[in-house]
Design a protein around this ligand. Structure first.
Ligand code: GLU
Length: 447
């Protein structure tokens, strides 16, 4: 339910951003959480902080022409939404996927504001991407696309202005091509302009693993708060990209048994527990579909297509593929099958109905803004290392990540408690992230 004033703000968002349904969904979730904050802090409403937060500071849309290996010319659309710079330079990844349009970039950018605030690190919120589909494209085609994309983007970004990174469809390979082109155009080795770089050219230890590891650390904290742990628990992780692979790795190290993961072609059920080396080989090195994993793994592993992954019984679910992948019905199924904790590795993977089902059933539900913040937090550590021309060890970096995730978990619980919603991580994350940004905006005047 929305507070009266918030309801009129939401109506305005709907009117000003027609058809951008994912953006509407992300805004509504935050507005539903911050009603109680407005009662305690009238100064936010007086300065129209919420209206300001819902309107990006700047939105850039550009043409990206490129040539494929056959010499055919393609035109894609590029985006960068610079949402909020109250806490630091705009920070957030780039997504290359055919589903990308302004509404997706704005939902991601909006989420990023609060997620980044919640980390406690000096980073604002932004997001970008393109409707380019990297699937089936050669290395050279991806390189030419990235170079064309950066040929426009470079004039909008910078170490102190806007710092992109990866997201779906943008990994270390793409970041390398993007950084290479930025360096070439500007004639500056400005390491801090993009994060998620390779270790040989200014990248940071643990950045690749950080989103997945961080999500596992967050769930570990939620399980501890329930008086239990990952030890021996059945876990299902959706996706098999960067976030999923490293979530699986850390869950296994913490004693959990990951019995299923997925890609857009279906899911694999592997009762003995996912063979991570094989998964990495198939998905990351050879870039095959998951069916190949099941074939090579042999007996005990089955590939299933055309059905929901969430039918696999588990005690912990970690949706790490994409937005709105757990519906209300999926959530009901998970609850019925004994799921006690959900940690979102992806951005907004659970629909509003799904979240309601989990919360009413007493499932510990860690929203992406909190549970997947380890990726962007480690990006901020990469910026820190670049600024000081330093590089930290894997062990030290992982320790930092674990502490950051523990702090985020604690802050969510504390804010939820303070506003009379104990155990509600969604409210806690939104309230804490919002207050940090709102207070900075008040201090900075009418920006
Ligand atoms: N794309 C990631 C996210 O959703 C990481 C962004 C970054 O490192 O800037 O938070």
């Amino acid at each position: 339910m929305l507070h009266e004033r918030l309801s009129s703000i939401y109506d305005n968002v709907l009117r000003r951003n027609p058809g951008e349904i994912e953006f509407h969904q992300a805004v509504r979730e935050v507005l539903e959480s911050i009603g109680p904050v407005l009662g305690k802090h009238p100064e936010y409403a007086e300065s129209k902080i919420i209206e300001r937060i819902c309107e990006p500071e700047r939105q850039i849309i550009f043409r990206v022409p490129w040539e494929d290996d056959q010499g055919e010319v393609h035109i894609n659309r590029g985006f960068r939404v610079e949402f909020n710079s109250a806490l630091g330079p705009y920070k957030g990844g780039l997504r290359f996927h055919p589903s990308v349009y302004l509404g997706i970039v704005k939902f991601l950018g909006f989420e990023q504001i609060f997620k980044n605030g919640l980390t406690g690190l000096p980073i604002g919120g932004g997001k970008g991407g393109s409707d380019f589909d990297p699937k089936g494209r050669s290395d050279r085609e991806v390189m030419r696309f990235c170079q064309s994309f950066m040929t426009e983007l470079y004039r909008h970004i910078g170490e102190y202005t806007d710092v992109p990174a990866g997201d779906i469809g943008v990994g270390q390979r793409e970041v390398g091509y993007l950084f290479g082109q930025y360096k070439r155009i500007t004639n500056r080795y400005e390491s801090g302009v993009i994060t998620g770089k390779g270790l040989s050219y200014g990248g940071a230890q643990v950045r690749t693993e950080a989103t997945g590891y961080g999500c596992a650390f967050f769930v570990d904290e939620m399980l501890k708060a329930r008086g239990t742990s990952f030890d021996g628990r059945r876990v299902v992780v959706s996706g098999s990209g960067n976030v999923a692979v490293y979530a699986i790795e850390k869950v296994q190290q913490l004693g959990g048994v990951v019995v299923a993961c997925s890609d857009s072609s279906g899911y694999v059920l592997d009762e003995k527990g996912i063979d991570l080396d094989l998964l990495k080989q198939v998905k990351q090195v050879e870039r095959h579909r998951l069916g190949v994993y099941a074939e090579r793994r042999g007996e005990g592993a089955a590939f299933v297509s055309g059905q929901s992954l969430w039918e696999v019984p588990c005690e912990v679910a970690m949706p790490s593929a994409t937005q709105n992948e757990i519906t209300g019905r999926d959530a009901e199924l998970l609850v019925r099958n004994g799921c006690v904790a959900v940690g979102e590795g992806a951005n907004m993977p659970t629909t509003p109905e799904g979240i309601r089902v989990f919360q009413e059933a007493g499932v510990s539900f860690g929203p992406g803004k909190a549970a997947n913040a380890g990726g962007v937090a480690t990006s901020a550590l990469e910026m820190q290392q670049n600024a000081s021309r330093d590089s930290w060890t894997f062990e030290f970096s992982e320790q930092r990540l674990q502490t950051i995730m523990r702090d985020i978990h604690g802050r969510c619980l504390q804010s939820a408690d303070e506003y009379g919603l104990p155990g509600n991580y969604v409210a806690g994350a939104n309230i804490d992230g919002f207050k940090r940004v709102a207070d900075a905006m008040l201090s900075l005047g009418l920006i």
